[in-house]
Ligand binder design. Structure first.
Ligand code: 5GP
Length: 188
């Protein structure tokens, strides 16, 4: 998506370890106009998909997910990264975060992820695909169906995208980064 790619080149910053910092418009300060355009693009790309629920993971997936849910007039559920004391009746899985170098629990209530749900997962980044695979585990535990995954930014030099596509998952990424070598952002 042209507007996102231009913004990444303008405001994205390379950090050590192959991390792209986009906190000027996605991860801290957010650009709602661009966010809305990205949601419109997801709606276009998943137009032929039967969806009844948008699922994301806190925190950075929530903004794009809620705009997709708004446009499609569908409920948006975010998986929580801490198990709340008030939450019984829940499904949980473990996800390793390479940006934080630790494993954390991700959970969602069985009230909001139900057998038969047709789920579109939306998140900010796809890197090694650990968060995405955790979500797939939750969807399977719930007896729901994962009908697609949409990412704002895919890091094509990490394995997640290939792995998810090989599993037969419909993956759409609005911008794919081929390399962050030598502090230079190379887009596909
Ligand atoms: P994965 O689970 O696919 O390895 O990583 C995805 C998650 O890690 C995303 O939800 C995002 O929060 C975080 N992440 C991975 N790579 C980057 C990156 O280059 N920049 C930022 N800001 N977050 C990233």
């Amino acid at each position: 998506m042209k507007a996102l790619k231009e913004r990444i080149l303008k405001d994205g910053k390379c950090l050590d370890g192959g991390i792209l910092k986009v906190d000027n418009f996605i991860n801290h300060q957010m650009d709602p106009i661009l966010m809305k355009s990205m949601a419109v693009e997801f709606v276009r790309r998943f137009a032929s998909t039967d969806i009844n629920k948008i699922l994301t993971i806190e925190a950075s997936g929530i903004a794009p997910a809620i705009l997709v849910g708004y446009l499609l007039e569908l409920p948006v559920v975010f998986a929580k990264k801490k198990v709340p004391s008030t939450m019984d009746n829940m499904l949980s899985t473990k996800v390793f975060s390479f940006t934080k170098n630790r494993t954390y629990d991700v959970c969602v209530s069985k009230d909001y992820l139900r057998p038969g749900d047709k789920v579109l997962f939306i998140d900010d980044f796809l890197a090694n695909g650990n968060a995405a695979k955790g979500i797939l585990d939750l969807v399977e535990q719930a007896g729901a169906e994962l009908v697609g995954m949409g990412f704002l930014i895919e890091k094509g030099f990490q394995a997640g995208g290939n792995e998810l596509r090989k599993m037969g998952i419909h993956v759409e990424s609005l911008a794919i980064i081929d390399s962050l070598d030598n502090n230079k952002i190379t887009l596909r």
